[in-house]
Design a protein around this ligand. Structure first.
Ligand code: FAD
Length: 317
């Protein structure tokens, strides 16, 4: 079922999770162990991130170094099928521009359609580690809007091979990302919103936000989107802080501000357990306020800390 239908048919806030594919070398059961307890709260859908390959230097036996390409977390499409099969819940694969030609993207979308997957979250993709700026594949899509247009064309039966006439029309519900505190590369939130509106006008049916720790940033963002004519549901993405190192890392990597109260509370802790508890309680308070405000979905980034998410979600759903 489509994400937009879950939202439209629900009378209240629904629940969703986001997971990462296991590191290469681990099996699918490591992911199921992560998800099993969280399934108690009946999420409507589970997103699975996509990770492009990156270049790393490896020392060779003769002492030279060789630069090789590795994908640390493969398997997004297979994991989506496994989640749907194992839990009978909808899976939402992320699809990214980076590392794909348009032909590979088309084939990936065909695979997803054949597997009965109804939803795709369309993204440009993170800049690979150790690289500066995102260099698009010469035969690929540059921005999320380009990938979205390609997926929309397939929804209308248009394939890259123009000899395919009367092609099968896929029927994906397409979502995109939004940034309450602006995307790191955007010159201003207003400039970012112009591109976000472009994605919605091109067919995106909902937006999932980057994490934020101050709900007023989300509420302001929604108000600015509405004023700009962006009228689709805006799903808040939530992640707990779980250690003090994140106090500097998260704002730097994700271009966001942490509220002073949260920083002070984390800094006043003396153990890892206490810091984790502060992050969990903050997440509970954020979730309660957002739910009370009637957000369509609470979307939790579960990234490696399922117990914290479990504890928080158990107080909300
Ligand atoms: P875009 O919408 O393409 O925007 C990127 C930047 O370019 C912005 O600054 C925007 O203002 C600007 N821009 C947009 N269109 C144009 C244009 N036509 N001309 C000029 N400038 C333009 N990354 C992954 O690698 N894998 C994942 O699974 C993943 N999942 C994510 C899930 C969510 C909910 C979020 C919020 C992010 C996720 N990311 C993921 C990270 C995301 O890929 C990065 O933040 C990336 O840098 C931007 O992606 P986007 O789709 O927002 O890009």
């Amino acid at each position: 079922m489509k994400v937009i239908d879950y939202i439209n048919q629900s009378k209240g806030t629904i629940l969703s999770y986001e997971v990462l594919p296991p590191l290469k070398g681990k099996n699918i059961h490591s992911l199921f162990q992560h998800l099993d307890p969280l399934m108690e709260f009946k999420p409507s859908f589970i997103n699975v991130t996509y990770h492009r390959s990156e270049h790393v230097s490896r020392q060779q036996p003769d002492g030279t170094t060789e630069r090789i390409e590795i994908r640390k977390r493969p398997g997004t499409v297979g994991i989506c099928a496994a989640i749907m099969n194992h839990y009978q819940v909808d899976a939402v694969p992320h699809l990214i521009c980076g590392g794909f030609t348009k032909r590979e993207t088309e084939d990936a979308l065909i695979d997803l359609n054949f597997l009965g997957i109804d939803n795709v979250l369309i993204l440009r993709g993170d800049t690979p580690k150790g690289e500066v700026g995102t260099v698009p594949d010469p035969k690929g899509n540059r921005y999320a809007i380009d990938l979205l247009r390609q997926a929309e064309r397939l929804n209308n039966g248009f394939y890259l091979d123009e000899e395919i006439l009367d092609g099968f029309k896929t029927n994906f519900c397409l979502g995109v990302a939004g940034y309450p505190e602006k995307h790191i590369e955007a010159t201003s939130l207003e400039a970012d919103l112009v591109y976000l509106k472009e994605k919605v006008d091109a067919g995106a049916e909902y937006i999932v936000t980057q994490m934020f720790f101050d709900n007023s940033k989300y509420f302001d963002f929604v108000a600015k989107c509405r004023a700009a004519g962006i009228l689709v549901p805006i799903i808040p993405g939530l992640k707990p802080l779980t250690n003090k190192k994140q106090l500097t890392a998260i704002p730097r990597i994700f271009n966001l501000e942490l509220p002073h109260d949260l920083i002070n509370a984390m800094n006043s802790t003396t153990t890892d357990e206490a810091a984790e508890k502060v992050g969990e309680e903050w997440l509970v308070d954020q979730s309660k306020e957002l739910k009370k405000a009637g957000v369509p979905v609470l979307h939790y980034y579960t990234l490696g800390k399922p117990q914290v998410i479990y504890n928080a979600v158990s107080k909300i759903f």
